[in-house]
Write a protein that binds this ligand. Structure first.
Ligand SMILES: *Cc1c(COP(=O)(O)O)cnc(C)c1O
Length: 394
């Protein structure tokens, strides 16, 4: 059996998988088994935030695995405590952190915090969580129910937990709030839903309103977090003070990690929540290295230069071709809307042939999530290949 046959024979078929066999990466470049080079404008769906094979990440996790990979949360874990401190300091919020292994799991933690808050802070039980249409919050039974896309709520997996509803736009959220509402959960830039940033003023007004009512604001920063939009958190960029924030994708640079942080520092007591793997030596030493590299990248001004440069190049391509209806996004989380899902698939396939990896989001958004440390030369080369991929399509 070749590798494609092996995969198809033994792995459950949950992904529309491409069968290129990538064998090596460096920065924003990847090579397949035939030695063909690709510019990576996807970074593993916003995960490889500092690119492939970053020397500082390699060094940090290599040193760590030679000592201890895992010891359980019954013991003190030095890099876990240090990463929690790092995340809290970079965020500027007065919070504590719980570590999980994925975005969905971080959101589960957020919902548990909200539910306990709803149980213990009011005369009546408050448990309802309101989300937005086109949102994406994960694939567990609960987070998929929180996801505001009907297509995700297949009857095959029913029944779903109670207490979730989603609404079309922030204005509708106000109407949906009742005396059992405990939290509103939003992405500041809807990633999977189509790279759609929310309006800053609308978000700020919602945040103020919720604070007055004692309703929690949960910001799902699984995709927007860890400098993706140009600040450590998109919440910093939107100048709001959420009660709960979740992180995952870019935090470990490819090592699985999730985190939920909250201003309700004493909401949990021993036994309320837990995770066997969450925050172990491997993932938190990776997270620390990633945060250190990106903090430097941010403070030196390079991150800002990179995202301005990427946006300029993207807008310039967008203006050259009529098939791009709209350019959307924020920071290094960007999209181009095309007329149909067929055109979208063709562009993605052609790009692959030209040696460029791009993604889709929603039905008709071409999505760009390059590593935050991508160089200008790599951006230029990526867009050169992109223009070639567009020949015959546009
Ligand atoms: C990817 C994503 C998730 C789910 O993360 P997993 O690690 O796949 O569980 C949740 N929320 C948002 C905003 C995401 O982009």
């Amino acid at each position: 059996m070749n590798l494609e046959e092996l995969d198809k024979a033994y792995v459950l078929h949950t992904y529309a998988r491409n069968y290129t066999n990538f064998v090596r990466g460096e920065g924003a470049l990847l090579w397949d088994e035939e030695g063909k080079e690709y510019v990576d404008f996807a970074s593993g769906i916003a995960v490889n935030s500092i690119g492939h094979a970053h020397p500082k990440l390699i060094e940090a996790i290599t040193k760590q695995v030679q000592k201890i990979i895992h010891i359980s949360n019954l013991q003190l874990i030095e890099p876990q405590a240090k990463l929690a401190q790092k995340i809290v300091e970079l965020s500027g919020y007065d919070m504590r952190v719980f570590f999980a292994n994925s975005g969905a799991e971080a959101n589960e933690g957020a919902i548990k915090i909200a539910r306990k808050y709803g149980q213990t802070h009011f005369d009546n039980k408050r448990y309802k969580v309101i989300t937005l249409e086109h949102s994406f919050h994960g694939r567990t039974i609960t987070t998929v129910k929180a996801t505001g896309q009907e297509s995700f709520h297949s009857q095959n997996f029913a029944p779903y937990p109670e207490g979730f509803s989603y609404h079309n736009g922030i204005a509708k959220v106000y109407d949906a709030i009742d005396d059992e509402t405990v939290a509103v959960m939003i992405e500041l830039v809807q990633g999977e839903g189509g790279v759609e940033p929310l309006d800053k003023k609308e978000v700020q007004e919602l945040a103020t309103f919720l604070k007055e009512k004692g309703i929690l604001l949960i910001v799902d920063e699984v995709q927007t977090g860890v400098y993706r939009t140009g600040e450590f958190l998109a919440s910093n960029l939107y100048e709001i003070e959420p009660d709960i924030i979740t992180l995952a994708k870019g935090l470990g640079g490819g090592v699985p990690i999730g985190a939920v942080m909250t201003t309700h520092k004493d909401i949990f007591s021993a036994g309320d929540h837990g995770s066997t793997f969450g925050g172990n030596y491997l993932s938190t030493s990776a997270g620390l290295a990633v945060c250190e590299v990106l903090q430097e990248h941010y403070e030196s001004g390079y991150l800002n230069e990179t995202l301005i440069y990427f946006e300029e190049q993207l807008k310039s391509v967008a203006s050259e071709y009529d098939i791009f209806i709209q350019d959307v996004g924020l920071g290094l989380m960007r999209g181009l809307r095309v007329p149909s899902s067929e055109i979208l698939s063709t562009i993605i396939k052609n790009s692959m042939q030209e040696g460029l990896i791009v993604l889709k989001a929603g039905r008709n958004t071409l999505r760009f999530l390059p590593s935050l440390t991508i160089t200008k030369a790599q951006i230029d080369e990526g867009f050169r290949r992109f223009r070639k991929a567009l020949q015959g399509v546009a």
